[in-house]
Ligand binder design. Sequence first.
Ligand SMILES: CC(=O)N[C@H]1[C@@H](OP(=O)(O)OP(=O)(O)OC[C@H]2O[C@@H](n3ccc(=O)[nH]c3=O)[C@H](O)[C@@H]2O)O[C@H](CO)[C@@H](O)[C@@H]1O
Ligand SMILES: C=C(OP(=O)(O)O)C(=O)O
Length: 427
Amino acid sequence: MEKYMIHGGHRLVGEVEISGAKNAAVAILPATILCDEPCVIENIPNISDVSSIVDILNEMGAKITVINKHTLQIDPTGIKTPEVPYQMARRMRASSYFMGALLGKFHESKVPLPGGCDFGVRPIDQHLKCFTALGATHEVESGVVVLSAEKLEGAHVYFDVVTVGATINAMLCSVLAEGQTIIENAAKEPHIVDLANFLNAMGAEVRGAGTDVIKVRGVTKLHGTVHNIIPDQIEAGTYMVAAAATRGDVLIRGVIPKHLESITSKLQSIGVTVTEFDDAIRVTGDKPYVKTNVKTMPHPGFPTDMQPQIAVLLCLAEGTSLLTEGVWDNRFRYVNELRRLGAEISVDGRVAIIEGPKKFSGAPVKATDLRAGAAMVIAGLVADGVTEIEDIRHIERGYEDIEEKLQMLGADIKKIVVPDSEIAKAL
Ligand SMILES: CC(=O)N[C@H]1[C@@H](OP(=O)(O)OP(=O)(O)OC[C@H]2O[C@@H](n3ccc(=O)[nH]c3=O)[C@H](O)[C@@H]2O)O[C@H](CO)[C@@H](O)[C@@H]1O
Ligand SMILES: C=C(OP(=O)(O)O)C(=O)O
């Protein structure tokens, strides 16, 4: 088993370069299936969710050529079976994007119900609503979603909730459909816009991405292109909070400051100094921090994927802060772990009541999911003494080279391998 061991108490100082966005990459890579030619995708983050998507493409018959650490050429023309194996799909939630891409291209797909972080129920009824509107039938057989359509015809789809996943699947299954699809109450996240830009670069006609109405006029085929993935809004936000929490001074480079506005604004309310540049953002923790209420919401609201990280910062702020989760039923499972480090947080349904300021002291903790794991890392950087974080596979789903990037900023973090024999002795 691998763990992170952190000796806390060092300010983060220096510069960090942000990788490509996980949540864009995991949609854009399956989207290459829709194309009749190879595509080159640049700025792909080197994380395990991407490896899982690439493994699935490879298994289905796509030819993947590694151009460099962050660039792949994907030739989907060899894909023969529109089926995703169970063991591969269960590793992550983004495997559901194969439903839209395979259905759009082959008019059929067999994709197991997705895995991913556990925040309570992660339904796909809105995805199915959209596939059905375009003419597909669906059945769930032994945990596998089987979709098929004689043909796909554009339709008017109104989502009952704002959903990133179903908005992406709606775009994927409609770009090659006959006629126009109108997606209403669409999600507006930066990765939705990035996917639309990629589809359009292949010759699709997607208009309105980034607003709540997306119109897709179906085309008959898509051609190869080169696409550069946007920077990761959440990775950037995580380093912003880490810099603030350690009272550091960090220049976060290679970002789109506009994508970070909701995070910047909350950090400023807390008392953090944030300075924006064209493609960088500087975070300095030089003032007292004060209680601030935060509610997560679909974009352009404060992202749910920053909720555990901001919780750590609110523990360091003077006063009582309310942190409300507006997207998921159960995204506070990490709170018990944070309490082990000294946090005083009570949870009532979707609201966490955070008392501060608290001093953290190091302890063994677990990464209960991806962003919860990032929060444990930030808390460990602040804590006195040693924090050991287990289950770091969750963190590695979404953060490229996190130890190296933090070490460059002056953190004392290293990955340690605990032999299985020692784990057995401890049990
Ligand atoms: C709008 C939003 O903030 N989306 C986040 C969501 O995306 P992700 O795509 O995983 O989830 P959705 O955006 O689809 O889900 C948002 C909400 O819609 C509900 N829902 C979704 C699909 C469906 O068919 N039926 C349904 O009821 C979900 O239960 C949830 O309450 O989680 C990801 C992981 O944390 C984040 O990266 C996304 O930013
Ligand atoms: C939880 C996340 O990802 P996923 O939806 O892939 O589980 C995330 O990006 O924070």
